[in-house]
Design a protein around this ligand. Structure first.
Ligand code: IPE
Ligand code: MG
Length: 226
């Protein structure tokens, strides 16, 4: 979700106004995914590198995160949405950690849409913590297979993503779900995150639909199989 700051700057507003508008955009995208039958949505809200931002902005982002947890979780639950957070939660305040745990427990049996927030998350961190878990279980070199490692990643129980969307004009993964994105279709848009709406979502989905996913096979093999 990139471009909140620029959205605000263009309007001569403080960056936090862009982040607030970004929360609104996210609400719309969650609704849009539900309406379109999408079963998994994972958003990158705060990377392990975002702590490097000015202290004031980090504090405001944490407040926004906390307020969103306080006010939105009941609505997610009403709409049968399962809520999860992935990342190193120890970086957050006790209050935020409690809100996250309570929200995950409350919504854990919901199946309409699994909505995951990556917070204090990094794709490299995820791989490293998976290896650490394996080693803690006494794994040897022979036990460290792709499948074993994948079972210990943060999104282990979820399908690999079909579509990755990055807003804000940058064409980078920026340490998001690196392992899981190996075969994901990548979509980059200049739209700033606060402007991302049903129309931009549909454009991304239309682009996804126009692609042929071969997973290493030839086009002829794929067409015969379908
Ligand atoms: C993304 O918007 C939101 C977070 C990383 C929290 P930015 O804050 O990166 O917005 P730009 O890139 O400065 O426009
Ligand atoms: Mg940015």
């Amino acid at each position: 979700m990139d471009g909140n700051g620029r959205w605000a700057k263009r309007r001569l507003l403080p960056r936090v106004a862009g982040h607030r508008k970004g929360v609104e955009a996210l609400r719309g995208v969650i609704r849009g995914c539900g309406e379109r039958g999408i079963t998994h949505l994972t958003v990158f809200a705060f990377s392990s590198e975002n702590w490097r931002r000015p202290q004031e902005e980090v504090t405001l982002l944490m407040e926004l995160f906390m307020r969103a947890l306080e006010s939105e979780v009941a609505k997610l639950h009403e709409n049968h949405i399962r809520f999860r957070v992935i990342g190193d939660l120890s970086g957050f305040s006790e209050r935020i950690q409690t809100l996250i745990r309570d929200a995950e427990t409350l919504t854990r049996h919901n199946t309409r849409l699994t909505f995951t927030v990556a917070a204090n998350y990094g794709g490299r961190w995820d791989v490293v913590q998976a290896v650490k878990q394996l080693l803690a279980q006494g794994a040897t070199a022979a036990d460290i297979t792709e499948a074993a490692l994948a079972r210990h990643l943060s999104l282990a129980d979820e399908p690999e993503p079909d579509l990755f969307i990055r807003t804000g004009g940058e064409q980078r993964i920026s340490n998001f779900l690196m392992w899981q994105l190996a075969y994901t279709e990548l979509y980059f848009t200049d739209a700033l995150w606060p402007d991302f709406d049903a129309k931009t979502l549909d454009a991304a989905i239309a682009s996804y639909r126009s692609r042929e996913r071969r997973f290493g096979r030839t086009s002829e093999q794929v067409q015969t199989a379908s």
